[in-house]
Design a protein around this ligand. Structure first.
Ligand SMILES: [Mg+2]
Length: 123
């Protein structure tokens, strides 16, 4: 198993660093030829299904007991998302996420959707 750097944490790691980590891994193996947008989108969906497998036939309150295996699937999804962004040269992921969250705020205003208001919406 590769050594994990002790100083890696969300607060001090930026998206560009992780995108480069993924790009270096892909390029070292000459895998960019396989990392087409369609293949990467497919891989994201497959990894999302692997994440769901941890909840299959379990109650809604289930927390996966093997958190390393579970978080490996979260990492797989994010790695493929970053690789897709690398392939398509999308270099403003933070901006895209903030922009989409802004759209979500407009679509789901707190006054109308907070708590159980969402489930009581008609139609
Ligand atoms: Mg996986």
């Amino acid at each position: 198993m590769p050594e994990i750097q002790a100083n890696i944490n969300d607060k001090e790691t930026n998206i560009e660093d992780i995108k480069k980590l993924v790009a270096d891994f892909v390029n070292e193996r000459d895998w960019s030829q396989y990392h087409t947008p369609k293949s990467l989108a497919t891989a994201i969906s497959i990894e999302a299904a692997e994440l769901l497998e941890h909840f299959l036939f379990k109650p809604d309150s289930h927390i996966p007991p093997d958190m390393e295996a579970f978080t490996d699937e979260i990492a797989d999804i994010m790695i493929y998302l970053l690789s897709l962004s690398n392939t398509l040269k999308i270099d403003n992921l933070a901006e895209i996420i903030y922009r989409k969250m802004g759209k979500n705020r407009l679509k789901y205003p707190v006054e109308k959707f907070a708590g159980d208001k969402y489930s009581k919406q008609s139609g």
